[in-house]
Design a protein around this ligand. Structure first.
Ligand code: ISL
Ligand code: CA
Length: 557
C-alpha cells in the first residue's frame, strides 16, 4: 500500500466549469470566472482541483463529447486563460487534474469525420463499425446509457457505429494500437503542460468483449456484462500507466460504473500499476429499484452501511477509496441523504463528517460546501441535460407514462440538480452571471450562497474548512482502518478508525429524531475532535443520545 502521496492526503474539489462563474455575461461559466474564485478555493483549504471537461466540444453532453482534445472550448476561453488558471492554482499550492474522456469522442472530432467517409479510410478503425444483421437491424441489442439502441446507422458506408452514450458520442476502438497511442500522446501533451493527473471518464468501459455479443434475446437490453470491466481493461490501464502516468508524479482516478470492490482492489493496488483510485457506483445505487436510476426508491441506512463497509474493508491495506456523495451526474447530497429543509445545515455537516472520516480521498462537488440543494423547475422545458430530456421523452412521449411521475423522478435524480449555477451572493442570478444563465439558478440562492456562508462563522463552509484542516494534522483521518460499530442500529452510523496506537470513534445520527445508542468505546472517550452541535460533553459515556443529524468525532484513550 502507498502512503504519503498527495492524492491520499489532500482533498479534491470538483469544478463543473459551465456552472461555476461567468466572467463575461454570456450566461456560461468560464475559465476567467474560475480564476476570479481561486482565493475562495484556497480559503477552503482543498489541495486538488478536478476540472470537468474544458476542451472543444459541440456540447451535446456539456463537454463530455470532445471534438478536439488539445484545444479549449471557445465559450470557456483560450489556451492562455487555461495556462493562467493552472498557474493561479499552482501559485496557491493547489494541484490540477483534468477530465480524460476517451471511451468516446464527439462525432464532430476530425477522427470520426474521417472514419465515417469510407470503409478503407485510415481512421476507420478508430471507432467501432459493424454491418447490420441480415434483416438490417442493429449489430447487437445493447442499450445506450442514455436510452435507446447503442448503435447508429450511417448511410455513407451503410454500417452502424457503436455509441454507449449519445449518438454524438461514438465509442473509440481501444483494440486499435494506433488509437491508443494517440490517446497517450494527448495525455502526455497535457502532462507536459504541467497538470497533475486525470479523472478518467467511464474508463472501465473501454474494453468490449470479443464478438460484441447480444445480452439475452430481448429487442434491446443492458449489455454491461460485455463492456463493464471488459477483458483487456487492465492491459490498457497498465499500458497507459507505463506510457504516461508513471513518467510523472501523476494522480489518476477512474470513473467505473458497476465496478465491484474485488476488482477495484486490484485496479488500485499499486503493485499492479493501473490507477490510484476509482469512483464506485454502489452507494449511488441504494435508492434505485429495478430498471435503474429513474425508478426511485427510499434508501435505507442499513444499505448505506453495508455498501460503505464492504468498500472500506475490501480496499484497506490493498488499494485506495475515493469518497463522494455527489458530483455533476448526481443529485445534491444534502437533499438525497440529509435533510434540505429544517435540518439543512446540520445534516450537511453530518454528511461532510461522514465523508471526511472514512479511509480514502474525499471529493467535494462545487456548492456542496455551502449546502446547495436539489431544484424543482416547473416544466421539462427548463431542463437542459440530455439524459434527463431523453428519459422524459421515452417515459412520457413514447411510453405514455404520467408527466407528474416522470417529473418526480427528475426532481429526485436528474443531473441538472447538480448543474444549477453556483450561488455566490444575493444579487440577481446569484452573482453567477450578469446575463441570462444557460440553466436557471436555484431560487433558494437568497438564503443559500457563498457570501452568507463566509459571514456566518457557524456555516457549512467553515465546517468543511475545519475538516480539511484536521486532515492535515491527523494522519489517522487519512490512513486509519475503519471498523463498524452498532451495525444494526437504524438511526446511528458508528465506526472506529485505528492507526497504530491511536483510535477515533465517529458517531453519526442519520435521522431527524433523537437517537439513543450504547457504544462500549464511548467509555474511553478522551477528546472531542469535531462536532456539528455546540455543547457536546467529553465525559466518557457508553450511552449517548444524539440530536437530529448530530455528528461527533471523538479521540479514544
Ligand atoms: O449520469 C449517470 C447516472 O445518471 C451515469 O449513467 C453516467 O452517465 C455515467 O456515470 C458516466 O458518466 C460520465 O460519462 C458520461 C457523462 O455524461 C457524464 O457526465 C460523465 O460523468 C459520458 O461521457
Ligand atoms: Ca462566460
Amino acid at each position: 500500500m502507498t502512503t504519503g502521496a498527495f492524492w491520499q492526503e489532500q482533498v479534491v474539489y470538483q469544478i463543473y466549469p459551465r456552472s461555476f462563474k461567468d466572467s463575461n455575461g454570456d450566461g456560461i461559466g468560464d475559465l476567467q470566472g474560475i480564476i476570479s474564485k481561486l482565493d475562495y478555493l484556497h480559503e477552503l483549504g482543498i489541495g486538488i482541483v478536478w476540472l470537468s471537461p474544458v476542451y472543444q466540444s459541440p456540447n451535446d453532453d456539456n463537454g463530455y463529447d470532445i471534438s478536439n482534445y488539445q484545444a479549449i472550448m471557445d465559450e470557456f476561453g483560450t489556451m492562455a486563460d487555461w495556462e493562467a488558471l493552472l498557474q493561479g492554482l499552482h501559485d496557491r499550492g493547489i494541484k490540477l487534474i483534468m477530465d480524460l474522456v476517451v471511451n468516446h469522442s464527439s462525432d464532430e472530432h476530425a477522427w470520426f469525420q474521417e472514419s465515417k467517409k469510407s470503409k478503407d479510410n485510415p481512421y476507420r478503425d478508430y471507432y467501432i463499425w459493424r454491418p447490420g444483421k441480415p434483416d438490417g437491424t442493429e449489430p447487437n441489442n445493447w442499450l445506450s446509457f442514455f436510452g435507446g439502441s447503442a448503435w447508429q446507422y450511417d448511410e455513407a458506408t451503410e454500417e452502424y457505429y457503436l455509441h454507449l452514450f449519445s449518438r454524438k458520442q461514438p465509442d473509440l476502438n481501444w483494440e486499435n494500437p494506433k488509437l491508443r497511442q494517440e490517446v497517450y500522446d494527448m495525455m502526455n501533451f497535457w502532462m507536459e503542460k504541467g497538470i497533475d493527473g486525470f479523472r478518467m471518464d467511464v474508463i472501465n468501459c473501454i474494453s468490449k468483449a470479443d464478438g460484441l455479443p447480444s445480452a439475452g434475446t430481448d429487442r434491446y437490453s443492458w449489455g454491461g456484462e460485455f463492456f463493464i470491466c471488459g477483458p483487456r481493461l487492465e492491459q490498457y490501464l497498465q499500458e497507459m500507466n507505463e506510457q504516461v502516468l508513471s513518467r510523472y508524479d501523476a494522480m489518476s482516478v477512474g470513473e467505473m460504473p458497476d465496478v465491484t470492490p474485488e476488482r477495484a482492489a486490484r485496479y488500485t493496488n499499486p503493485d499492479n500499476h493501473e490507477v490510484n483510485m476509482v469512483f464506485q457506483f454502489e452507494t449511488m445505487g441504494i435508492d434505485s429499484g429495478e430498471g435503474g436510476k429513474w425508478n426511485v426508491k427510499p434508501w435505507k441506512l442499513s444499505d448505506l452501511k453495508a455498501v460503505t463497509s464492504k468498500w472500506q474493508y475490501a480496499l484497506n491495506g490493498k488499494g485506495w477509496n475515493s469518497l463522494y456523495l455527489n458530483n455533476h451526474d448526481q443529485p445534491r447530497m444534502v437533499s438525497r441523504f440529509g435533510n434540505d429543509t429544517e435540518y439543512r445545515k446540520v445534516s450537511a455537516k453530518m454528511l461532510a463528517t461522514f465523508l471526511h472520516t472514512l479511509q480514502g480521498t474525499p471529493y467535494i462537488y462545487q456548492g456542496e460546501e455551502i449546502g446547495m440543494t436539489n431544484v424543482k423547475f416547473d416544466s421539462i422545458e427548463q431542463y437542459q441535460d440530455i439524459e434527463t430530456l431523453n428519459f422524459y421523452r421515452e417515459a412520457v412521449e413514447e411510453q405514455g407514462g404520467s408527466p407528474a411521475q416522470a417529473m418526480a423522478s427528475i426532481y429526485a435524480k436528474g443531473r441538472d440538480n447538480a448543474r444549477t449555477p453556483m450561488q455566490w451572493d444575493t444579487s440577481e442570478q446569484a452573482g453567477f452571471t450578469t446575463g441570462e444563465p444557460w440553466l436557471r439558478v436555484n431560487p433558494n440562492y437568497h438564503s443559500i450562497n457563498v457570501a452568507e456562508s463566509l459571514q456566518d462563522e457557524d456555516s457549512i463552509f467553515y465546517y468543511y474548512q475545519k475538516l480539511i484542516q484536521l486532515r492535515k494534522e491527523h494522519p489517522i483521518m487519512v490512513y486509519g482502518a475503519y471498523d463498524i460499530r452498532a451495525e444494526d442500529h437504524d438511526q446511528i452510523y458508528a465506526y472506529t478508525r485505528t492507526l497504530g496506537d491511536e483510535r477515533w470513534l465517529i458517531v453519526l445520527n442519520f435521522s431527524d429524531q433523537v437517537a439513543h445508542v450504547d457504544l462500549q468505546e464511548g467509555a474511553s472517550v478522551s477528546e472531542l475532535i469535531i462536532a456539528n452541535y455546540d455543547d457536546v460533553t467529553v465525559e466518557p459515556q457508553a450511552k449517548m443520545d444524539l440530536r437530529p443529524y448530530e455528528a461527533r468525532v471523538y479521540k479514544l484513550k
